[in-house]
Design a protein around this ligand. Structure first.
Ligand SMILES: O=P(O)(O)OP(=O)(O)OP(=O)(O)OC[C@H]1O[C@@H](n2cnc3c(O)ncnc32)[C@H](O)[C@@H]1O
Length: 516
């Protein structure tokens, strides 16, 4: 027999891969691999997201909209992004139009509320806050007839209480609030408030975005218009009424904001018509309307607003014929006359003696700014201001027949007024707010940001639900950290097991050298 015949059984017995220690280590290794794969699969599988919801109704002067917002249920504490999930346009006019039959205001909201009940999962209804905020239409009604305004809010309240959501109240926002919440909305959606980004959307090693320049907000409604921006030259002392101070995510903001009541585009049109009908004409040739446009207007309807009621001309006939002349330069002249730029008791003003610090940074212009400039194909602010004016002049000079023919699907009440509205926007921005040919390009006409409408409603809800904390959160969220630690631990265990297995043949007990 060869020496190897004697050695083989000995060698087999001493094979390190067959020893109990090796088997135990291998089993631990296999368990670690299985656990690691399970954790990764479980962590990354698509789990149905749980949401919380909030509803805000924007009761504007021209109409009411309902917005449903949602955010991941466990993350409202600073990291879950709130998004608009659904919106509903209430049929009919704004609630302030129901002054003579307030119950109809409540009634008008029901269809959208029923829609909201379908959209929000039923089990969440009772925890879903519902807010209604009214804006300039109700501000005007309060000035005109405060008891009628209260009756409308009561009727609206009664109607909203009848639904299963957690009703939190209906009130008329002050102009400054409307401006400031619009500013919060666009900067929140644009992630410019230094807020932590949701996990997965976060650049590596970054939890906070500090020191970003914020975007100013320009909101053009039907009855009022707001301008809000952060200026290094404004600490509130020169005009405290225009100051809003916030601390958001650990950053302090001193915001300049002003709301011009009566300078929304519908009321501004009344101001322009009032200016042109002071002599009580029977026929008005209006440069802000297309040539060939002709409509009969009641004096009482034009002057039926606190913005113009005191200026109704004595001895005016019942109505007048409103005819278009389609002349941009003349229209601008009329519009300039509704801004008082002659008196300013501050260091600097926008118009009507209102303080305004120097414009600073970029601006987002939304609501009617967007509707109008989008229709006119003029949302591109890299176009020189002169080109924009030339385009407007060309558009205004188009005949009314031609305009109607080119846009058969557009509501006539909007279509008739786009020449006025576009000219008003350009004049408000330049003559009113002092945007120059250069700073015009810092404006972006926007409708939505990341799928959510620009407007005051989201900022209002974030504020009332305390969803924007004053201080930044210190630590990243736990579940992600837990997941990362677990995976790291398992990888470490695996590495140790593999190392032990690799070194196994060198262990004294398992060495293949024949023992002496
Ligand atoms: O903030 P307040 O002043 O109360 O007004 P509102 O809330 O009713 O104002 P919106 O932002 O809803 O609308 C602004 C204006 O734009 C008008 N508008 C809405 N859709 C439009 C469109 O497609 N084209 C032109 N104008 C439009 C609307 O009638 C208003 O006069």
């Amino acid at each position: 027999a060869s020496p190897s015949d004697f050695l083989l059984p000995e060698m087999k017995e001493r094979n390190p891969w067959h020893s109990p220690a090796t088997i135990i280590i291998t089993v631990i290794g296999v368990i670690a691999v299985v656990a690691l794969v399970t954790v990764i699969v479980l962590q990354n599988r698509e789990i149905p997201q749980k949401y919380k919801y909030g509803i805000v109704m924007d009761a504007g002067s021209s109409h009411t909209s309902l917005y449903i917002y949602r955010w991941p249920a466990e993350k409202e504490n600073n990291t879950g992004r709130v998004e608009e999930m659904h919106s509903c346009q209430v049929a009919g006019p704004g609630i302030s139009s129901y002054a003579s039959a307030p119950w109809k205001a409540g009634e008008s909201l029901r269809a959208c509320m029923r829609e909201a009940e379908q959209q929000v999962p039923q089990r969440r209804h009772q925890q879903t806050p519902l807010y209604l905020g009214a804006t300039a239409g109700m501000r005007l009604l309060s000035m005109e007839n405060s008891s009628a305004a209260e009756a409308v809010l009561r009727a609206v309240e009664e109607s909203l209480r009848g639904f299963s959501f957690s009703y939190q109240g209906s009130r008329t926002l002050r102009g400054q609030e409307e401006g400031a919440f619009g500013w919060v909305t666009i900067n929140y959606l644009d992630e410019r408030l230094g807020q932590p980004r949701p996990p997965g959307d976060r650049p590596p090693h970054q939890t906070l975005l500090q020191g970003l320049e914020t975007t100013g907000a320009l909101d053009l409604g039907g009855a009022s218009t707001q301008i809000s921006f952060v200026s290094d030259h404004f600490d509130g002392s020169e005009s405290p009424d225009n100051s809003m101070v916030f601390r958001l995510y650990g950053n302090d903001y001193s915001l300049y904001t002003h709301s011009f009541l009566c300078y929304g585009k519908d009321q501004a049109l009344r101001l322009a018509l009032a200016h042109q009908t002071q002599d009580a004409p029977v026929t008005l040739l209006d440069p802000c309307f297309h040539p060939g446009y002709e409509a009969s207007k009641d004096y009482s309807a034009v002057y039926d607003s606190p913005c113009v009621s005191s200026r109704r001309p004595q001895g005016a006939p019942l109505n007048f014929t409103h005819k278009g002349a389609g002349n941009f330069a003349q229209c601008q002249k009329v519009i300039r006359s509704i801004f008082n730029s002659s008196s300013c008791s501050h260091s600097r003003c926008s118009f009507n003696g209102v303080f305004q610090p120097p414009l600073q940074g970029k601006f987002g212009a939304f609501s009617a700014y967007y509707f109008v400039m989008d229709f006119l194909n003029l949302t591109d602010t890299s176009l020189p201001l002169e080109t924009v004016k030339r385009e407007l002049a060309r558009y205004c000079s188009n005949s009314w027949d031609q305009v109607k023919q080119q846009h058969p699907a557009v509501k006539v009440k909007y279509l008739a007024a786009y020449c006025f509205s576009g000219t008003y926007i350009i004049t408000l921005l330049t003559d009113g707010y002092n945007f120059s040919s250069e700073s015009y390009s810092s404006i972006k006409f926007i409708k939505k940001i990341r799928g959510s409408d620009a407007g005051w409603t989201l900022g209002y809800m974030l504020n009332l639900t305390n969803m924007i904390p004053a201080e930044a959160p210190d630590s990243p969220p736990l579940p992600q950290a837990g997941y990362a630690s677990l995976v790291t631990l398992m990888v470490l265990v695996l590495a140790v097991v593999l190392l032990l297995l690799a070194l196994r043949p060198r262990w004294p007990c398992c060495s293949q050298q024949p023992q002496v």
